[in-house]
Ligand binder design. Structure first.
Ligand SMILES: [Zn+2]
Ligand SMILES: [Zn+2]
Length: 360
């Protein structure tokens, strides 16, 4: 990223935090959390701590970082090196990323392009440009509304597990749009806070449907109370298809695969099991999109191409190296290839933060 672009982005993010200090959603027990951030021109800075919201907001305005993170864990001494922090517990968190959900649209919008001759094509990216033989064309992995809708379905499935299988009340589940490619879910239920990484892995595996087996076929002695969780999901599925096909007990593995596909939530296991993670902070601007990581009160009513757009409409002149088509605030942009144009600030920042455009 060139200095003019980095400086423009810092100014934009700084103004946002200065004008919208209430946008930042503070964690519980702020003084026990570890904070971190990534500057626009540098690498991650961690092991920060703030005594109160005023200190934190002042730092965001001063640094205007690309991304801001906060630990899901609580520590006695959050500033100290990891082994001396004194871990006292961590919220249970989940990340569902569009990149890990297979959608058909990916073959259409995940592209490569050549910086040298400007030609482009579908992934997989060739080792060298087939037109000019320049090595290592750029791969652009995109997330469209279809990808985000698929991701939202997995957020629904995750919440269903949390409520029905783990007994978490709706009040204690906080759902967020990540600001870029998916959804984050945070459970504020103290029962989970002491769990170590291994126990969290078991929860994650369960929700991902790993190791699920078909229950033994029902005998007359099976009673209703034995069926819950995955067994119940398998039985419900079996009872609907048995009527349709009239065949019982046939093609078990196919049936199981179907039940898994319908019910398992493709959460990122590594996020849930990491009890020392700093996680993107709610109410902060995403460093790869300029969109807000924001609380979602109704997944079905939330529009990820409209609601998290928080930057203004004033026009900004940018040179766009390359971009697939995208939609923000109801307007279509692109596709672009070597284009000099004026874009609304929010669309310009969307491309600038991805390194696909620069201030001109
Ligand atoms: Zn080329
Ligand atoms: Zn897509």
């Amino acid at each position: 990223m060139d200095e003019a672009t980095a400086s423009f982005l810092r100014k934009t993010y700084r103004e946002y935090y200065f004008n919208n200090p209430d946008s930042v959603e503070l964690p519980t027990n702020i003084e026990e959390r570890e904070f971190g951030y990534i500057p626009f021109d540098g690498s991650m800075i961690r092991h920060l701590a703030f005594a109160n919201s005023g200190e934190l907001i002042a730092e965001l305005v001063r640094q205007a970082p690309s991304s801001v993170y906060c630990s899901n864990a609580r520590y006695s001494h959050p500033r100290l090196p990891m082994e001396e922090k004194g871990w006292t517990g961590a919220d249970l968190i989940f990340d569902i990323d569009a990149d890990s959900i297979p959608t058909l649209c990916k073959s259409r919008h995940n592209r490569w392009y050549c910086r040298n001759c400007r030609k482009e094509g579908r992934v997989p990216r060739p080792a060298a440009c087939p037109y000019c033989h320049e090595a290592n064309p750029i791969e652009v992995r995109w997330t469209c509304l279809e990808c985000l809708n698929a991701t939202r379905e997995h957020a629904h499935k995750l919440i269903d597990f949390l409520r029905r299988d783990f007994g978490v009340s709706e009040m204690k589940i906080r759902t967020y749009f990540s600001g870029s490619r998916g959804y984050h879910v945070q459970v504020q239920d103290e029962r989970f806070n002491p769990l170590n990484s291994q126990s969290r892995a078991e929860i994650a595996n369960y929700i991902r449907g790993e190791g699920v087996l078909l229950p033994k076929s029902r005998t007359s002695s099976t009673t209703q109370h034995e069926e819950y969780g995955w067994s119940e999901r398998v039985r419900l599925f079996a009872s609907t298809t048995a009527e349709q096909t009239g065949r019982k007990g046939a093609r078990d593995s196919q049936r199981l695969a179907k039940v898994l596909q319908m019910n398992a939530a493709m959460i990122d296991q590594s996020v849930t099991t990491d009890i020392h993670r700093v996680f993107r902070m709610p109410g902060t601007v995403h460093g790869n999109s300029g969109l807000l990581k924001m609380r979602v009160t109704s997944l079905d009513d939330f529009d990820p191409t409209v609601d998290p757009v928080i930057l203004q409409d004033e026009r900004v002149r940018v040179y766009i190296e390359y971009s697939p088509q995208f939609q923000l605030k109801g307007e279509q942009f692109g596709p672009y290839n070597s284009t000099l144009t004026d874009l609304p600030m929010y669309a310009a920042v969307f491309l600038l933060t991805k390194g696909l455009a620069k201030i001109s």
